[in-house]
Design a protein around this ligand. Structure first.
Ligand SMILES: Nc1ncnc2c1ncn2[C@@H]1O[C@H](COP(=O)(O)OP(=O)(O)OP(=O)(O)O)[C@@H](O)[C@H]1O
Ligand SMILES: [Mg+2]
Length: 236
């Protein structure tokens, strides 16, 4: 049993591009403690989304071991990984990934339905979450009737409604203006703190990184800095 909530041991991941193989992550090792809020910085294409996909079990390692909440993801079948992700992980994607044919409230209810919560709890939790992200009264709006910032709020609510122990957010402020982006992170970070959730957040914004407990900086799939400080002297 490890004290760490997330453990990566010598993780490598490559993708095939035609006949050549491109290594995205090489021999990466790192630990994250329970309740830590970690920002991940790095240039486009350096492997940030790949890292989140591996930690969430959406994708699988070529070699090495990833454990989350004392579960070794690398020994699970695809079905077991899906179940693990559904129960323990909330994911806010780069492109929101809301289901366009479902209303805001129905999108938020999805993780509760997949985890087979009782109907009354689904209703109550989803409504309460909608209010917490400031979308009271927008229950029946479809994603295309909401602004980018509002869609973002739905995505945050959907990722957190089942109180997952781990929340992963991938550069989700990218398509928003800077102020809205910062507001979203504040909201997200507050919600996570109130439930002692562990958070990994991919961002290009130093301002956002500075609000995290810890900043990991990547260059070409390698961890080049791990600052366990308030990141006041961050230079990129
Ligand atoms: N499914 C895939 N198949 C092939 N190559 C992939 C796949 N996913 C990612 N890659 C490649 O792996 C590298 C890292 O991609 P990744 O999406 O992790 O980067 P990123 O750091 O998230 O970039 P960005 O900041 O632009 O989102 C890129 O060169 C990308 O083209
Ligand atoms: Mg990415």
């Amino acid at each position: 049993m490890s004290d760490h909530f997330i453990t990566l041991e010598q993780v490598s991941k490559s993708y095939n591009a035609g006949s050549t193989s491109h290594q995205v992550l090489g021999d990466l090792s790192l630990n994250v403690a329970k309740g830590e809020q970690v920002a991940i910085l790095g240039h486009s294409g350096c492997g940030k989304s790949t890292l989140l996909n591996l930690i969430s079990g959406i994708d699988y390692v070529d070699s090495g071991v990833i454990s989350v909440a004392n579960t070794n993801l690398t020994t699970l079948s695809e079905k077991e990984r899906t179940l693990f992700r559904r129960q323990h992980i909330g994911f806010i994607f780069q492109s929101f990934n809301l289901i366009q044919t479902l209303t805001a409230l129905e999108n938020i209810q999805l993780p509760l339905q997949l985890n087979r919560y009782p109907a009354t709890e689904i209703e109550a939790r989803a409504k309460s979450m909608l209010t917490r992200v400031g979308l009271n009264g927008r229950d029946n709006a479809f994603p295309d009737q909401l602004s980018g910032g509002e869609q973002q709020r739905v995505a945050i609510a959907r990722a957190m409604v089942h109180s997952p122990a781990l929340v992963l957010a991938d550069e989700h402020t990218g398509n928003l203006d800077a102020d809205t982006g910062r507001e979203m992170i504040e909201l997200f970070s507050e919600l996570a703190k109130s439930e002692s959730q562990t958070v990994l957040i991919v961002t290009h914004s130093l301002a956002i990184a500075k609000t995290a407990d810890r900043v990991l900086r990547f260059l070409d799939g390698k961890l080049i800095a791990d600052d366990n400080l308030d990141a006041t002297d961050l230079a990129w």
